[in-house]
Design a protein around this ligand. Sequence first.
Ligand SMILES: [Zn+2]
Length: 561
Amino acid sequence: MPQIAFDRFYRYAELTEILHALAREYPHLAAIETIGKSHEGRDIFVLTVTNVQTGPASEKPAFWIDGNIHSTEVAASAAALYFVNMLVTQYGNDADVTRALDTRAFYVCPRVNPDGAEWALADKPKWVRSSTRPYPFDEQDVEGLSVEDIDGDGRILQMRIEDPNGLWKAHPQAPNLMVRREPTEIGGTYYRILPEGRYDHYDGYTLKIKRPRQQLDLNRNFPASWRQEFEQQGAGPYPTSEPEIRAFVDFVVRHPNITAGTSFHTWSGVLLRPFEHMPDDDMDAEDLWFYQRAGRKGTEVTGYPAISVFHEFRYHPKSVIGGTSDWIYEHLGAFSWVVEIWSPMREAGLSDYKFIDWFRDHSIDDDLALYRWNVDKLGGAAHHGWKPFQHPQLGAIEIGGWDRFHAFGNPPLSLLEREIGKFPRWLLWQALCSPALELVHAGSERLGDGTYKLTLVIQNVGWLPTYVTKRALARKTVRGVFAELELPEGASLATGKLREDIGQLEGKAYKHTGVSFWPDYNVTDDRVKREWIVRAEEGATIGITARHERAGTVHASLVLG
Ligand SMILES: [Zn+2]
């Protein structure tokens, strides 16, 4: 097993080898499969992690994890890989990990979008939002700037061009830091700033950036809240039109044991929950309460605030979006979160940092705080000084400024492991909150005349009810517990049914915290007892299976005597 490093990012070939090595090294805990192929034909891998000696993954409640649906958010892959590595290496050492793998399963897709990530991690990187498939049009803009590393240092920074009518000037206390000039200010040295890149057909005066030829946003290609391009950029021609999302959706739908999930993205340092398109008032109260409870736990463990996308994380006040998390909650009724890894602003000591709103409006003091954090804490890794460069089309310019990919879009490598190490305890907590069927009692009693009474008692030992969310009940995406008898040749039922539909078992999540103020009329609503009478030979073996799509399967075998 190669040592997995968490101070670097892995390209496709190395990541593929690591995932296969994990499955080889821990065959009792991890299995690998390909769930589909990307646009360019790369495999999209899912690791199934569970202790197979206590039952197959399909008979256990499961937790979904994905990452790197957006090309440049490669820390998301690292976070998923970090979690898998912790699961397999800490099994038997860590009580929560051991219990989670004995009683639950994890499906982990570390890189939903291998093509886009490969472009982002190339020696000469190229940034696209998601897929590398041209969209919505095949042709490229003819004129303008193509964003790329033009000085060959492997980074895409900014270019500044001195211009008396430029918007930007040097900060008086930190001359490398570009800040906006004042509204009525004149007489200083001003600059235009644009991303590093090559320019086609420069007319000597006007500057514009080409729109990328690849404008898909795979996180807008899910069936829930899907909207056409005019309302939602990057949506694709129809839901699941893109092979990466088709593979994702197919896998999740084929695994109805998934009770919850988390999608890793970067950046903002925040835990995001549904809805993305509706206010909290439109969510079932019980679901909202658990989301709030899980959010508090997440904040306690990770230090990240937990918020609703609709209320606090909209790109524009008038825009609504759909994505992984909304699909998993809205359509399937499973709990789903998005983690936006990493907040440079919080690292720099900015308090009351307002996520997306910060980009629209923040003070120059904030920029200076970020710049000083870069100097004092990162040794200049987030912001590079301006270096003269003879640009092939634009002439004498300078290249430098913020390193968006290595310090903002992803944690700097020196801080990567610290940052992605914040999440495993919260993921485990979420997984261990799932419903879980347990066999309390299975027995037989001889009644005479060749008849026997069979008794089965099962219960839900999970925190959540077997149906998980009220939304799942309302949307009819979850069925109840089925108890099924397997009778030997010659045996028959006198009373009861071969397959009993038992319905749902409650959990503990929605009980009052004030014990004794209101009576709980059904104290054992997490437990059920069923009886059957069978005619069978003495010594015959009867199998009983109780199963729930989300809460798992239990088996009992009774020898009549
Ligand atoms: Zn993202």
